[in-house]
Design a protein around this ligand. Structure first.
Ligand code: DQA
Length: 147
């Protein structure tokens, strides 16, 4: 069966395109989903691309991924900086995890410099906008090919 990667987007990422474009750019989440779908096709893998504003829903999706997906790419958005629940779900799922941020979280507010989620991440891409998702897909495909 073809490999499948869950791509999870956290709160307010549904607002991309109009949300602080000077920080997050003008691409919408739908644009990013399209670019991910194209990249995934070129890598011969499937994706399940989702967004939620609710922490518990994200936790449930990660739990379900354990039996339906081979890796997780996650932009936890603001939950990066607050959520032990998402960290624990990622640690429990036993899948490779790549964390993505559109902006460079180390060049912004002090509170954004710490991500709870990073403790569960095999790798982190930040500051490269949409391209970060595409690099994360390449990295996840490469990790899975070594398994
Ligand atoms: C973000 C960075 C977070 O600090 C912020 O809360 C977001 C988006 C990013 O993609 O740059 O919502 O994860």
């Amino acid at each position: 069966m073809a490999l499948k990667i869950l791509i999870v987007n956290g709160p307010n990422l549904n607002m991309l395109g109009t949300r602080e474009p000077e920080i997050y750019g003008t691409k919408t989440l739908a644009d990013i989903e399209r670019a991910c779908a194209e990249k995934a096709e070129s890598l011969g893998i499937g994706i399940d691309f989702r967004q939620s504003n609710c922490e518990g829903e994200i936790v449930s999706w990660i739990q379900q991924a354990r039996s339906s997906c081979n890796a997780v790419i996650i932009n936890p958005a603001a939950y990066s900086h607050t959520s032990v629940a998402i960290l624990d779900a990622l640690l429990a799922c036993g899948l490779p995890v790549i964390e993505v941020h559109l902006s460079n979280i180390f060049r912004r507010d002090e509170f954004r410099r710490h991500s709870f989620v990073s403790q569960a991440a095999d790798g982190i891409v930040c500051g490269l906008g949409e391209q970060g998702y595409l690099l994360a897909l390449e990295a996840a495909a490469s990790l899975l090919s070594k398994e």
